[in-house]
Design a protein. Sequence first.
Length: 257
Amino acid sequence: MLLAFDVGNTNITIGLFDGEELVGHFRMTTKLPRTSDEYGMFFLNILNSKGIEETHIEAVIIASVVPNVNHSLTNAVKKYLNLQPIMVGPGIRTGIRIMTENPKELGADRIVDAVGAYDLYGGPILVIDYGTATTYDLVLEDGSFVAGVTAPGIRLSANALWAEAAKLPEIEIVKPDSIMAKSTVPSMQAGLYYGHMGETEYIIRKMKQEAELSEMKVVATGGLGKIIAEGTDEIQVYDANLTLKGLRLIYEKQQGK
């Protein structure tokens, strides 16, 4: 079995694979500092909840954009699972050619998303990840990663609203009944939802235009991506577990599969 860790700025998402099947996925917050023992006990409890002995875990792969988590997390894997984790980074086999100006600055999560989208859905493809930041990454038919756009994420924008405007409350981020809001909470929901919907549709159309790819497929992932994907025809696929699937695919490439 394979244990896959997607370490993002907000959450650590953990996927448990039995072959190609994702048999469980779990989340923990990233921002709380933890020791290797705390990480180790957390994923041992996850395995126990599924009735799985830690000896059944044959490999671990990690994609991280939070360097200060890596030491404790990798030590936890070594200590509690007796395994050397595979870290997604420069030199790892992905099947994707990074054609940007500085490939080493590209986040591991974006590489993993690109691999998952390209291998599962083909190219040319634009993959959008609605995380702490919203990222738009273009992979051509031949597997070349050629361009990316980075924008503030939906929740990041919401946090800025209620952190910087004293009278604005924290709200649930949902699609409002109407854009014609008549009170504060629906007006904020309308701004967040339709603002990001407009951003999404414009960036997709603009990237299609400049890349001259009218038939480009678009796949979205990330927790809040579902409400955007459901509201536009510009996105053909929403895959909530795309990053974890990408990690599995990258692991398999290291095994020569």
